[in-house]
Each structure stands twice: as C-alpha cells, then as structure tokens.
Design a protein around this ligand. Structure first.
Ligand code: NAG
Ligand code: NAG
Ligand code: NAG
Ligand code: NAG
Ligand code: NAG
Ligand code: NAG
Ligand code: NAG
Ligand code: NAG
Length: 381
C-alpha cells in the first residue's frame, strides 16, 4: 500500500515538472525556462556590451541578468556547450566599485565563477564551464548577446468571456491543471446578459499563498471598485453587482502550483416572489406587458403544515420551448419533484393540487422573443 502511494506520488511529481519545459510557448529559436517562465535566446552575432541592449530590443526582448537562484540554475543548463560566453546586463559602478543589475539589485556572491569578479572589466558574461558563473569582462570585448522575453501565456486581454447571450462558463488559469507560470498578470473580462449579475466560484484553487492571487473588479475593467482578492482569507466566492466583472491573475517570480478552475453564472436581479397564508395571485414580471429577456424569477408558495396548495393558471403565453415555467411540489429538485414544465400558448387553464405544503416555481426566459407571460392564483386546500 505504502509502495503504491509512493509510486503514484513520484509519478505525479515528475509529470508536474516535465510538462513545463515547453518551448512552444516561445517564438521560434527561443527556449522556455520553467524556472522563470521567460523565453531566452543567445545571439549568433557577437558584439560589444554597448550594442546588446538595442539588439535585444530589436528582438522584442530585454537583456538578461540573474535575479534569483532558479534563474542561475537555468542559466547553467542553458549556456552549456556555448562556444563564447554571452553578455549579462550587470555592470560595475565605478563610484563604489560594486556590481549592480539594471534594476538596482546586487547579485549573490555564489553566482560568480571562481576568482570572480576580477578587476578585468566593468561588464560581465556568463561562463558556462570550469566552474559556471558570472565573469567580469571588458565592455569592449566582442561576445554574443543574451536576451529574454515574456512568452504569450496569458490569453488575449481583450477577449470577452460570456457575452449578451451566455449565462455560464468556465475559465482556467494558464497551464491548468498541470501548472501555472511565474511572472504573470493575466486579465479576464466576463460579461453576461443585461439585468443579470455574475457569481464566481474558484474550485479547485491551488495557488501559492499570498504572493500569487486573483484580483476581482466589479465592472468591465480594472478601474472599477475591487470586490477583493483570493489572497485574503482565501475567499473563493464572489458576486458582481452588475453584468460584468474583471479578473487579474497575478503570480510572482517563483513557485507555482496547479492553478484554478473558475465557474461563473449569470443570475437574474429579480427578487423572488414569496407568498404564504390562505391564497394569492402571481404573475410573470411586467404582466400583462411582455416579460424581459434572460429573466429568472422564483416563486415560493407556502401553506400551513398538513395543508395543500391548489394552483390555477388562467392566462399563459410564452415563447414555446424557450421561455418556461417549471413547477415543483415542495423544493426544486429537477427530475425528482418537478411536476410540470409549462411553455407555449396552449397551457391555460391549468390546475394542480400539490402533495406537500410548499410549491416552488421558476420562470426562465432566453434572449429572444418576449411575450405576455402568465397570471395565476392559488388557494389553501
Ligand atoms: C524545470 O524542468 C526541469 C526538467 O524538465 C526539472 O528538472 C525542474 O525541476 C523544473 N523546475 C521547476 C522550477 O519546475
Ligand atoms: C465547467 O466545468 C464543469 C466541470 O468542472 C462541467 O461540468 C461544465 O460543463 C463546464 N461548463 C462549461 C460551460 O464549460
Ligand atoms: C443591453 O444593454 C445595452 C446597453 O444598455 C444595449 O445596448 C443592448 O442592446 C442590450 N442588449 C440586449 C440583448 O438587450
Ligand atoms: C450596469 O450596466 C449597465 C450597462 O450594461 C449600465 O447601464 C448600468 O448603469 C450599470 N449599473 C450600475 C449600478 O453600475
Ligand atoms: C387576486 O386577484 C383578484 C382579481 O384578479 C382579486 O380579487 C383578489 O383579491 C386577489 N387576491 C389576492 C390574495 O391578492
Ligand atoms: C382548486 O381551485 C380550482 C379553481 O378555483 C377549483 O375549480 C378546484 O375545484 C380546486 N380544487 C380542489 C381539489 O379543491
Ligand atoms: C423544461 O423544458 C425546457 C424546454 O422544453 C427545457 O429546456 C428545460 O430543461 C426543462 N426544464 C427541466 C427542469 O427539465
Ligand atoms: C419537502 O422538502 C423538505 C426539505 O427538503 C423535506 O424535509 C420534506 O420532507 C419535504 N416534504 C415532502 C412532502 O416531500
């Protein structure tokens, strides 16, 4: 038993890392690093340090410097077998004689090769052998450039999920269910039919705590008020006030996990009709005028225990098959206690006596063709 568990665990771990060595994420000729989620390339052409920045820009990238141990590990494999040592963007500041990356950070001493940094130059290359590491190099030396760029991992931020005619859908994080990537800021905008609001549920949600998270905004872009973040108290359910919501998935530069599956649903803004006592009347919204598209109206009718509900519908007109009144004896368990699914123009007059003391009805309409709807009444029996 233990052996089986161990085997499956090991299998899982190896799948987890191998799948991500995925050069198809990068432009042709570039290599993907699962350690950093960036694409890397070393130029065929050699050049002095002063030309490397514009060279990398011309390829749509930036120069490389080492900013974390994962990247150093990747660099060791990536530069193996290179004929010449490629440039890094780190330089020595002549005023304090210290080495700085372009973002102002300083490298770990262990990223330097043995005996480095020497006084032999104010620029640096990556030495791939004996032993591997950074090496001070005169800036005028002629070496290959090394560039990196972000692969197109996020979906197009202009893509709209859902739309005027969609009530539900799923979105997954990039790479789900295998592994998401580092250094992401992916945007997702969901819209739903007019007069609906959107509920969001993340399940599963397997994400590095606090530093990787999804931010949720209550509108069609990130300028709208925040509804919160999955990082705080691991809140995994959200509700918009209107028919659009925007998500931003942020990941930091290290450690990933499997990611998340988001299910969203558009809910109708119509409050439920709740009636009890001896009897009452009920109608579709706007009756006798046309109901709206994408309505979802609930009705709850309750009489005292031991009594029954005598329901009569004396007028009924909906778009056949698409705009439907479901009637349930007791609560909504479709297929179990749904006793009628009313639609079309030949329903009324309709009468039914419940078994239980509780009747639930749900009126649902689609996006096209609105009609008068229905009128009905009920009495205690
Ligand atoms: C990256 O992939 C390599 C081999 O495919 C694997 O050995 C390594 O553990 C992976 N690194 C990370 C950070 O997932
Ligand atoms: C969303 O995913 C669930 C399973 O997790 C599936 O049952 C459902 O059909 C999916 N919905 C859509 C709109 O893809
Ligand atoms: C939804 O509302 C927008 C703006 O009010 C309107 O332009 C659009 O036609 C409406 N769509 C439907 C399907 O009613
Ligand atoms: C909801 O969105 C509609 C457009 O779809 C807009 O006309 C309306 O003002 C919004 N309501 C709120 C409360 O933001
Ligand atoms: C139901 O409507 C009828 C007229 O259509 C009215 O006489 C009756 O008082 C209404 N009953 C309730 C409980 O509102
Ligand atoms: C239910 O109400 C209808 C209409 O008021 C009536 O005709 C019918 O007899 C009632 N059913 C029972 C079982 O009392
Ligand atoms: C009721 O009927 C409509 C169309 O005939 C169908 O789409 C819907 O799924 C039915 N509802 C239930 C709960 O079976
Ligand atoms: C109605 O539903 C409630 C809650 O599910 C249940 O406790 C009750 O037994 C049901 N009544 C009947 C008559 O089925």
């Amino acid at each position: 038993m233990l052996a089986t568990l161990l085997t499956s665990f090991l299998f899982f771990v190896s799948t987890f890392s191998d799948v991500t060595a995925d050069n198809s994420l990068c432009p042709s000729g570039w290599s993907f690093s699962n350690e950093t989620s960036y694409c890397y390339i070393v130029s065929d052409r050699y050049m002095p340090f002063s030309e490397t920045s514009s060279y990398c820009q011309s390829l749509g990238g930036t120069q490389v410097f080492i900013s974390l141990s994962y990247e150093f590990t990747f660099m060791k494999t990536f530069t193996q077998g290179l004929f010449a040592q490629p440039w890094l963007s780190i330089t020595r500041d002549p005023t304090d004689n210290k080495w700085y990356n372009p973002d102002g950070t300083t490298p770990f001493i262990s990223w330097w090769s043995t005996g480095e940094p020497s006084l032999n130059g104010d620029c640096a290359t990556f030495k791939s052998t004996d032993p591997q590491g950074m090496k001070a190099t005169p800036c005028w030396s002629i070496q290959p450039a090394m560039c990196k760029q972000m692969p197109a991992i996020c979906p197009d931020p202009k893509k709209i999920y859902g739309g005027q005619y969609t009530r539900s859908g799923n979105i997954t994080s990039p790479g789900y269910p295998v592994q998401y990537y580092n250094n992401l800021d992916c945007l997702y905008t969901i819209t739903s039919p007019n007069k609906t609001y959107i509920t969001l549920t993340f399940n599963p949600y397997l994400v590095e705590g606090y530093v990787d998270y999804v931010l949720i905004y209550d509108g069609p872009d990130t300028t709208y008020p925040s509804l919160g973040s999955t990082s705080s108290a691991l809140k995994l359910e959200y509700e918009s006030t209107n028919n659009s919501v925007t998500l931003k998935f942020h990941t930091d530069r290290s450690i990933t996990n499997k990611g998340w599956l988001l299910k969203w649903n558009a809910k109708s803004n119509t409050p439920p009709v709740i009636q009890s006592g001896n009897g009452g009347n009920f109608t579709s919204p706007n009756y006798p005028n046309d109901y709206d598209s994408y309505t979802e109206q609930m009705f709850y009718l309750t009489v005292a225990d031991g009594f029954q509900v005598n329901v009569t519908i004396d007028d009924f007109l909906t778009e056949n098959r698409f705009d439907v009144l479901e009637v349930y004896d007791n609560y909504t368990i479709p297929g179990v206690n749904m006793i009628a699914n009313l639609t079309g123009d030949s329903i009324a007059p309709w009468n039914w006596l419940s078994q239980s003391s509780h009747v639930t009805m749900r009126f649902r309409t689609d996006g096209s063709v609105q009609k008068r709807g229905f009128h009905g009444y009920w009495t205690i029996q």
